[in-house]
Design a protein around this ligand. Sequence first.
Ligand code: SF4
Length: 317
Amino acid sequence: MVGLKTEWEIEPAPRECTLAEYKGAEARWCPGCGDHSVLSAVQKMARDKQIPPERIVVVSGIGCSSRFPHYMSSYGFHSLHGRPLPVACGVKSRRPDLHVFAVSGDGDCCAIGAGHWVHAIRYNMNITILMLDNSIYGLTKGQTSPTTRLGRASSTHPHGSPLPPLNPLTVTLGISNVSFVAQTVDWNPPHLSATIRAAHDHEGASFVRVLQRCPHFTGDVYADALEDRSQVLLMEHPDGIVLEPAMRERLKNRVDHDPRNLGEAFQLAARTDVYPVGLFYRNPDAVRYDLVTAHGLGKTPSEKLGAIEEAIERFAI
Ligand code: SF4
């Protein structure tokens, strides 16, 4: 039974959504690419939460991970290089009922998109930001990215990257009005899923850096953590990312961290001797710009058109 909700919106009948309903085109990432794990985790979370696919919008920029919207059976927007966040904020500002995900890479987010990254975090709209960090430009064949390690050779720096890498975690934690910062890894599906779920649960801009394997260009970058689990430091707290006991036991290197403690979050995020995973920081009281600017959302299409014409008249020279 389908009924009209408004004069232009149709409300589908309630139904049980299966995993298959979230799957779009066959993913064309390389075999072993960490992007596959993230896609699977998002699809399973949407199924587990029974978010109707037509209520999901996935926005991306340019890069390997930015092919994400094609592989989801949902609304999507494969935008310009570095521009997923302004598009995602625009969608959220006018359609707060939709579940908005922004998928970006280290080059897309931290280089050309850096200005948008800073302001999207500050605006703190209710969107889930997944930054898949393989520490290289993969799609364009292996150039140095902002997170490429010092001394690592690439097609643009054959003698090694001359600069220390940018730390996306400490940068995000330093932005005014930040409300959620977490880190996870693509090779631990339970932790990856729990982190993405917590990010989606958070009401505000949730920033998740996913350490993502790129076997084609940077296969060795996270090899130390894969070979030796003690290289991964699990941050624990009842208000953090909570793992099943069996999964928690597999990560022996653990530390208590209260995600309200911003100073300690900085210290943990700056560590280079281990890979900290879990929730660095959460502030549920940060101002949300999507709530501040939620004007006129209930207007009819003809009222909206009238308001636009009135504004054009007012500003016409
Ligand atoms: Fe994944 Fe790297 Fe292949 Fe891109 S080049 S699809 S990041 S493995």
